[in-house]
Ligand binder design. Structure first.
Ligand code: ZN
Length: 356
């Protein structure tokens, strides 16, 4: 019984250890002991000379006794030494809440924010470096077998926002302090400057209570991008050009599908309305981010077309039907965001939902 259970692993070990010295095309169960190093070390005591007797490997015995894994001390990661920029100004000399004011205090706050960021990263590393035997799952009732085939999970969505603030500097400040409990991976300024605030692999706090399809934790699977805009102004060309360059990189780097570039208002239709109706979704769709309808080939949907089911197919949470319709219209109709669908809206919906 024991031989049967441990045979495959040991056979593999023997194959690796013996290399070219091992006889070719030998049935290892009936191998001649004289040609096998392992068998030489373990004299046969039974009456079957051709039967290899395996000794239980040391490490399996240890695993079966469930001895705790020794704590492995990881080498200290070199810390970034952050020095606030030398400047002659102080916040008192700046106009309260101007971009310059926010830049000044954000630069000062970074002195604390960067070590705090690294501390949290270290905590995350500690969390995921624990192997399954160290962090017991009560439902698991066997020893731990390690797989060697894995890597880190990747973001699969991009959720776009507008900041509803007056400057990128104000947003950088907002995300640098813990009191706000909100963040995004990127902030795109009106001037086309792109700021990265978090590593793409960590979970930012940008989507909040949200749902898209059956995903109820958008923060865990998405990248959040905040676009500097107060919500009632157009987006500048420099800003959208910079955004598209960023999206290009992210789409390629993480293999994010075209359908998965969506709005905060799409995933939180009852709570959010960003980015605003000014956002150029068609330009983004033309560049390969999100979908747009075929404006020159709008067809009347069939009589049995179910608009709510079409919204659901796209991903909208239709629990609040009027909110789902408003969110759809904010994204695709834009100049009318009422909670009901006109015949024209239904043509747009019919055109776009078939692309998802
Ligand atoms: Zn938002």
């Amino acid at each position: 019984m024991f031989i049967k259970k441990t045979f495959p692993a040991l056979a593999l070990l023997m194959l690796c250890a013996c290399g070219d010295t091992m006889p070719k095309k030998t049935n290892v169960l009936n191998r001649n002991p004289s040609s096998n190093n392992t068998a030489k070390k373990q004299p046969q005591t039974n009456s079957q000379p051709n039967q290899t007797v395996f000794k239980r490997p040391e490490q399996i015995t240890r695993r079966q006794e469930e001895k705790p894994e020794p704590e492995v001390a990881r080498p200290e990661r070199p810390k970034e030494v952050y020095t606030p920029p030398k400047t002659a100004t102080n916040s008192g000399q700046l106009t309260y809440r101007s971009a310059e004011y926010y830049r000044h205090i954000t630069d000062s706050i970074q002195y604390y924010a960067k070590p705090s960021y690294e501390k949290t990263i270290d905590e995350i590393i500690n969390q995921i470096s624990r192997n399954p035997a160290q962090k017991k799952n009560p439902a698991v009732n066997s020893q731990w077998y390690a797989s060697v085939n894995f890597n880190v999970r990747k973001p699969n969505f991009v959720v776009l926002h507008h900041t509803a603030q007056n400057s990128a500097e104000q947003t950088l400040f907002t995300f640098s302090i813990s009191r706000t409990q909100t963040s995004a991976h990127y902030v795109v300024g009106r001037d086309g400057i792109v700021y990265q605030m978090l590593n793409d692999y960590v979970r930012a706090w940008h989507a909040g209570n949200s749902k898209w399809g059956n995903v109820t934790d958008m923060n865990s699977c998405s990248l959040g991008i905040e676009i500097d805009n107060n919500g009632s102004e157009p987006f500048s060309d420099a800003q959208i050009t910079a955004l598209i360059k960023l999206l290009d990189y992210l789409k390629d780097e993480y293999g994010i599908p075209q359908a998965n570039f969506i709005a905060h208002s799409d995933v939180a239709p009852s709570r959010k309305s960003d980015p605003s109706k000014h956002f150029p979704w068609k330009r983004l769709a033309d560049a390969g981010f999100g979908y747009w309808y075929d404006a020159y080939n709008l067809q009347t949907p069939p009589a049995d077309f179910n608009a709510l089911l079409a919204l659901r197919v796209m991903g909208y949470d239709i629990n609040n039907q009027a909110a789902a319709i408003r969110a759809f219209k904010l994204h695709y109709v834009q100049n009318d965001v009422s909670g009901s669908l006109t015949d024209y809206d239904k043509k747009i919906l019919y055109s776009v939902y078939r692309k998802f």
